[in-house]
Write a protein that binds this ligand. Structure first.
Ligand SMILES: Cc1ncc(COP(=O)(O)O)c(C=O)c1O
Length: 383
């Protein structure tokens, strides 16, 4: 066997042996909640389409209209000829929603994080990052080539300790966290992290991929407390509750202008297709127009946690911690036999020993099905 193929096969065999091999399963999403998979029709609790806006008639119509008018792709990087007129409209909307001076849209959330962090932090810089922050925040941190230190999850005292010890030796510093943690569903203490950052001249960056549209009245996690927390770097994605695709940063005008000049994943990557941008704008319209609808996913997640006896949900994401990879896969399969799609999440997406089912609640999940799922989780998984 060629050494390249032998290398690949050996890696795959090792993953198999540890129940960590993943596969792409063809999934047909029929509407916002039902999917067809492996010949079965399943009610999905594993999509991030929290408001089911991927299927909203107004969102689809806006995308179709832009497709007809501007074509299928943008044709170039935004800095060359890919900056079609819909971008400015979307960026104005995002800045307004987030109470920021300006916004810039990237090709995806992953690209945003991989681009933003290296613009702000170089080899002499310091990044203090929550241990459970999303993989693409770590990717951005590593690309910066600065010193990366991890603090225990949501442990502000630990982050303070790190800054007290290391901040002095670095020219610039960044505190990095998810706003809503993607695999745990809890919220970051943004107010405390902001105060910590101000005390140590460390800029706070939050990734609100799972907050926009569904927490804080639809504005995201920095709006979820009694007072708005003015996080200076609010990153997020348009691929979850917004039901489209793309990433963004909301910040001050000079920071956004710097990103447009220096973020390599923006400068050297093709702009989003016009239809996607138009769909995102229409989705934001729905969220602003219908706050009661936007509140439904968290309301349903809270109801589920009450019935099952888990800590009250803070977001639409509810983890069911299981432990081993094999047990998490078995629980997922049990639920599939009962008509539910609840994907098993395994390391390295989550820490070793914490394989889980990650349930996501959406506005249109029927309450009787949520009650049936709660019964199964309580009696057949947690008992
Ligand atoms: C917290 C977080 N940040 C960033 C991303 C990446 O966003 P995107 O899917 O738009 O690349 C995700 C989603 O996968 C996420 O959960």
């Amino acid at each position: 066997m060629h050494s390249l193929d032998a290398f690949a096969q050996e890696k795959l065999d090792a993953l198999d042996g540890r129940h960590l091999r993943r596969s792409l399963t063809e999934t047909l999403r029929e509407d916002g909640i039902w999917v067809a998979r492996d010949g079965r029709r399943l009610l999905s609790f594993s999509c991030n389409d929290y408001l089911n806006l991927t299927q909203h008639p107004a969102v689809k119509a806006a995308a179709a209209e832009a497709l007809a008018k501007y074509g299928a792709g943008s044709g170039a990087s935004r800095l060359v000829t890919g900056n079609h007129p819909l971008y400015a409209a979307l960026e104005d909307r995002l800045a307004r929603i987030k109470h920021a001076e300006a916004a810039v849209v990237f090709g995806s959330g992953y690209l945003a994080n991989a681009g933003i962090i290296p613009v702000l932090i170089g080899t002499d810089g310091l990044i203090v990052i929550d241990e459970l922050a999303h993989a693409c925040l770590y990717a951005g941190a590593q690309l910066s080539r600065g010193k990366v230190l991890t603090f225990r999850h949501n442990d502000v005292a630990h982050a303070r300790e790190l800054l007290e010890t290391y901040r002095g030796a670095h020219d610039r510093a960044l505190i990095v966290t998810d706003g809503v943690f993607s695999m745990d569903g809890d919220l970051a203490p943004l107010d405390e992290l902001l105060a910590l950052g101000e005390a140590h001249d460390a800029w706070l960056m939050s990734d609100d991929a799972h907050g926009l549209g569904v927490v804080g009245g639809g504005r995201g996690s920095s709006f979820s407390g009694n007072t708005h927390v003015p996080v200076p770097l609010q990153m997020g994605t348009l691929s979850k509750a917004i039901g489209a695709y793309g990433g963004y940063l909301c910040a001050s005008a000079p920071v956004i202008e710097l990103m447009r000049n220096r973020a390599r994943t923006l400068v050297y990557s093709t702009g989003l297709p016009p239809a996607i941008v138009a769909g995102a704008i229409a989705a934001l319209d729905v969220i602003e127009r219908e706050p009661d609808y936007a509140a439904l996913p968290v309301k349903k997640a809270k109801a589920f946690t009450h019935v099952v006896g888990l800590p009250e949900a803070e977001s639409p994401i509810v983890p069911i911690l299981i432990g081993t990879e094999a047990d998490a896969l078995a629980a997922s399969e049990m639920l599939a036999k009962e008509g539910f799609l609840a994907a098993a999440i395994r390391p390295p997406t989550v820490p070793a020993g914490t394989a889980r089912l990650r349930l996501t609640f959406t506005a249109q999940h029927p309450d009787d099905e949520i009650a049936r799922l709660a019964g199964l989780v309580r009696e057949r998984i947690l008992s």
